[in-house]
Design a protein around this ligand. Sequence first.
Ligand code: MN
Length: 244
Amino acid sequence: MTDAPYLFVSDLHLDAALPEAVDQFRAFLEGEAQTAAGLYILGDLFEAWVGDDDPEPCRSAVCDALRAYTAAGHPTWVVRGNRDFLFNTGFETRTGCTLLPDPVRVRIGALDAFVSHGDVLCTDDHAYQELRSIVQQADFQSRFMALPLETRRGIADRARSGSKAHTSRAAYEVMDVNPDAIRTAFRVTGTRLMIHGHTHRPGIHTVDVEGQACTRIVLGDWYTQGSVLRVRTDGSFELSELPR
Ligand code: MN
């Protein structure tokens, strides 16, 4: 008998504009995830998150589904993405999920993994990293949260348009993780396994770090189908598409 797997997902980008993805995630929570030992959501659960006080119905319904899932005894951990970096204690209260820092060490059985949303590894995108360093500041976040909800929504909409324009202009390689950042993360942490999302380029890569074979697993997004990584305590794992 094999142990129940730990499940990893990321980049669901849930939004009222794409109800198919919302339905698929809720079915996932009520289906496969019921048999999991634990669930990790590695950022960009939502297309946008303008604060834990946002009552928008679609996002509320997802929070309620997560609340039901965690209340049934399923531990669920969440890393903030670049779309939902404003997750805070209110989100934990609404969902029963536990927020993790980024990056974070995750130990499953004998596996010791470096886990991140992944945007911090895309160091070639200087314009984006500059923006990230601003929005990560507590001062910026408290000033943003002091604005009325409608104002915050307007700013988030404009930020998404700006992000789309930027990603359509920037070179394909610039938008991916930087190989030196990957090797440095492995070297500094001493881990041999990395799990992240953000790039929407699912795959399993082997990286040579000073003669050691390390593994980098990239989760896929949920725009047109689902993507899940199953990790078992015996060290085995599989990355699968979830057809819609
Ligand atoms: Mn992202």
